[in-house]
Design a protein around this ligand. Structure first.
Ligand code: HEM
Length: 148
């Protein structure tokens, strides 16, 4: 019981960290950024990446591990697979902004860099999907959607 509670706790804390990092990126993004501002975004993006890895590890343990509900409870629920798919889509959307931040943070820190529009839209889409997942999680946790 205790390990399951701990896993759920870390599951939520990593979600809060991901939301906090993505909202910060969205607020700090501007059409033109100095390299030092890009460096700050790269650091926030690093925290985001770490939280995603922790969330995935804990999520997989809650799903496949011997804690809480049996693995089949989730594997037989399309809502769970939709949740995982949205999580993977968020991961794919996060690649280009991460590469942009890493590629543009070094050099003259006062130099201004133009931020491609698509970076704004990728961060916004990540946030949108992130706000959809909890409804799927709540439904799947109650067993709604399970197909016999
Ligand atoms: C951004 C991504 C994610 C969000 C926002 C999220 C959200 C949630 C929420 C809100 C719950 C609690 C549901 C409830 O008790 O009503 C939950 C539980 C859970 N999540 Fe996630 N989750 C995410 C990613 C993942 C991933 C990647 C996995 C698996 C690889 C996963 C597996 C689970 C499992 C197994 C539970 C336990 C559900 C239960 O109590 O039956 N989650 N998640």
């Amino acid at each position: 019981m205790t390990i399951e509670i701990l896993l759920r706790y870390v599951h939520f804390i990593s979600i809060f960290t991901i939301v906090g990092a993505l909202v910060s990126e969205h607020l700090l993004l501007k059409k033109s950024l100095s390299r030092s501002e890009v460096g700050r975004l790269a650091k926030i993006d690093g925290v985001y990446g770490l939280a995603v890895l922790v969330l995935l590890a804990v999520g997989l343990t809650l799903w496949l591990g011997a804690y809480g509900k049996p693995t089949e409870f989730y594997s037989s629920n399309p809502l769970f697979h939709t949740k995982l798919t949205l999580f993977i889509v968020i991961g794919i959307l996060s690649i280009y902004p991460t590469v942009f931040f890493i590629k543009n943070k070094n050099g003259d820190q006062e130099e201004n860099i133009k931020v491609p529009n698509i970076i704004f839209w990728m961060v916004r889409l990540e946030l949108l999907l992130l706000f959809v997942i909890p409804i799927l999680a709540g439904l799947m946790a109650k067993g709604i959607g399970i197909t016999e």
